[in-house]
Design a protein around this ligand. Structure first.
Ligand SMILES: [Zn+2]
Length: 374
């Protein structure tokens, strides 16, 4: 506001100067008006529709909320948001606000996995909302990484504590998925894979079925949260991209630099020029606009800067880009077991309840593998 008043004062003073001709006064006024429009802090149209740009580093922003189907609270408590003293989590808020946010901008995308929650939400929606959600799914903007009248293509196993090679066979051959994405692999395995750029592999789950049993497997370089500083949950302490020059803490350039730096860091552990940022965390997007508003701005200003290309994406779009890349991926044929997330922090056998059932699973897995390798 101070800047605006200052401009008006200048114009007023100039208009009083008698030696100015009408023509030059008009041009000064036009100049001032232009300046005024550029710093007025009003509406900005963010260009969020970027696709993949060949030859650039592409940062695929995959918006997601990891909603455990029963963990510290029951499934129903998580859905309706009761018992929040145990954990502040309401999945109904997530789905309500994500659908709203997707409808606000046709370029925004979101992935959702937990159908037990979606089913509870869906049956309570009006026919109008259901129709809008169907369109979001048909348009590839709400991607279900498991079901809902659409054949899913991507496995989103982001939180299981280790992964059996049988999964590669089941998801790839039996279900026909073309990719699986996960966060948890052994910490030493992860360090090694970052070093030799083998976080992303062709994972073959069956010797008998060979290449028909394989799937593109993407192990995340850190976890399923965004790079540090890019977590935008409503009450989190993050530095928002602030692009209004009339307000405090304007920071477009430094925040764009932060983004580019984080993208280049991740590019160092990837073979081609596509990286995925998992934009979400446990029970996040309870006010989805907080995330999408920031991502809109980052996509707009990062692409204006031009050093890297940022886009709204999904696991399917990311996998398309990986398939198109002229890169050979390492082959993996065994399990991602055992799982440790730190020194002496092995999670193997941590399910100590139901030992009889687990023993049966263990024995049958053995028979299965023997049959496979026969
Ligand atoms: Zn989980």
């Amino acid at each position: 506001m101070i800047k605006r008043l200052h401009l008006f004062e200048q114009i007023f003073k100039l208009s009083k100067m008698e030696e100015l001709s009408n023509g030059s006064l008009t041009s000064i006024l036009v100049c001032m008006l232009c300046l005024f429009l550029t710093v007025n802090g009003g509406y900005v149209k963010y260009y969020t529709g970027a696709g993949v740009v060949p030859g650039k580093l592409n940062v695929h922003l995959v918006a997601h909320s990891h909603d455990d189907v029963g963990w510290l609270k029951t499934v129903d408590q998580y859905f309706v948001g009761s018992n929040n003293s145990i954990q502040g989590a309401c999945v109904e808020n997530v789905l309500d606000s994500v659908v709203e946010a997707l409808l606000r901008d046709p370029n925004r995308k979101f992935v959702f996995a937990e159908m037990a929650f979606f089913q509870r939400w869906w049956v309570e929606q009006s026919p109008e909302i259901q129709e809008q959600v169907r369109k979001l799914v048909d348009g590839g903007r709400l991607e279900f990484v498991y079901a809902f009248n659409h054949t899913p293509r991507a496995g989103w196993q982001i939180d299981p504590f280790g992964h059996s090679a049988v999964q590669a066979y089941l998801l790839g051959d039996e279900l026909g998925f073309d990719s699986v994405h996960f966060a948890r692999i052994d910490y030493q395995d992860r360090a090694k894979r970052k070093g030799d750029k083998s976080l992303e592999v062709i994972w073959r789950g069956s010797k008998t079925f060979g290449s028909s049993s394989q799937i593109f497997a993407n192990a995340f370089p850190v976890h399923y949260s965004p790079p540090t500083g890019f977590q935008f949950e409503v009450f989190d302490d993050f530095e928002p991209l602030q692009d209004n020059p009339l307000l405090e803490d304007y920071n477009v350039e430094p925040r764009v630099n932060d983004f580019v730096e984080a993208a280049l860091t991740q590019a160092n552990v990837t073979r081609d020029n596509h990286v995925m940022w998992t934009m979400g965390d446990d029970f996040q997007y309870q006010y989805a606009e907080s995330w999408f508003k920031q991502m809109d701005k980052f996509i707009h200003y990062v692409n204006k800067d031009g050093r890297v290309n940022a886009l709204y994406s999904t696991p399917s779009l990311y996998t398309n880009a990986k398939n198109a890349a002229k890169v050979s991926w390492p082959l993996k044929t065994d399990d991602y077991f055992p799982y440790a997330d730190g020194i002496n922090a092995y999670w193997t056998g941590f399910f100590t309840s139901r030992p009889a059932l687990k023993r049966y699973v263990r024995e049958l897995s053995g028979y299965y593998l023997v049959r496979e390798s026969a």
